[in-house]
Ligand binder design. Sequence first.
Ligand code: FAD
Ligand code: 5PR
Length: 380
Amino acid sequence: MAESRRHAEISGGGFAGLTAAAALARMGWSVRVHERAPELRTEGAGIVLWNNSLQVLDKIGAIHDLMSESMTPPAYETRMNNVIQSQETLDGIRWRTLTRPHLYETLLLAAREAGVEVVAGSEVVSATADGHISFASGETAEADLVIGADGVGSAVRDSLGVPLKRERSRDGITRFLVPRRKAELQALEPDTEWDNVIDFWNLDPRVLRVLYTPANDEELYIALMSPAADADGSRVPIDLDLWTSIFPQLAPVLEVAAETPGKYYGYQTTRLDYWTDGKVALIGDAAHAMCPALAQGAGCAMQNAWTLAVAATAAADGELPEALKEWERLERPITDRTQDKSQWYADTREMAKGSQFTGDSVEAALYNPTDPNRHEVHAA
Ligand code: FAD
Ligand code: 5PR
């Protein structure tokens, strides 16, 4: 490690940027995060995290906080036309369900406790390979390491001219956080284990799906999926009559969703020619936006944020660009495979068959990015 304190400038205060910031600051860096939004908060509803990101949360001192308001449901159940296809208990796989606001608060606190400066209302417009960064305010800054963690529309990435391929899938989703209303659900369907994640698929006569994910004792994450081409299925506010006609047992929670603001997101996958350029590295959706099927977008973002911090910290002065390239060479393949698999599931809708959390579908879920021997372990 270098003698003097090195400095990192990070574009984007989402899950990727905050994780990288907390990790670097704990490793001795001075770190500043720029968030374009005027307020520090997250959009979106719930999230599923697996071992790969939970290990990172452990390392940045955030796991206790995270565990306090999250849960591990008894099983991941998949239904097709309301017939149970599988109830996977995911034995041996560490996973948690939670709300996005809770993950966000947890990461923000971890970053601040590590001494990170987080600046809201600060929009990055460009970065250069030699470590310069410029802002919409007209100001500029220089850093030993610049991180583009500014999401799928990354200004850092685009200002560097990194070539990318973008593929849009035919399906998309609207996500809500609603009260659990477990007693009401129980009354409608007494034999159901309403603490399970339940993936309610309906492909015939119409493609509509509800992913039901309890996030804690009080809050439920529901994701309503439909093809983008289905105007009524993808409408927000949701078409309550349509959704309850197919999923009558979910009426108590769909009624609340119908009153809640939301936004329909089409799935997309972006693949970059490279993730690093000189002193700049890209992480999270800026580098590898993926379909949500395997619930690994944030997981891979956090895993790459951690391994980037370790690699940058270990690099000798003047050798950071080479260290970043080596980081990409080692860490990118598992993310590429996870992206490919998620896209395949989204495009084929094969998850509807159930029993999906086996084999290469759980490669990232089982990964431990904090294990120094992970690449040997992984190859074995
Ligand atoms: P973002 O969350 O997009 O954060 C980028 C931040 O940068 C934002 O705060 C933005 O305001 C800021 N920003 C943008 N441009 C600038 C700029 N020029 N200057 C300064 N700031 C800027 N992942 C999981 O792991 N598990 C799941 O269960 C899961 N479910 C999902 C469900 C759906 C429907 C979708 C769409 C995604 C899901 N994901 C899931 C993926 C996950 O949400 C994303 O991969 C993750 O949020 C990406 O984090 P990020 O920090 O890279 O990007
Ligand atoms: N898993 C999760 C999720 O939110 C979605 C999917 C899988 C946690 C969609 O939002 O298959 O699309 C999916």
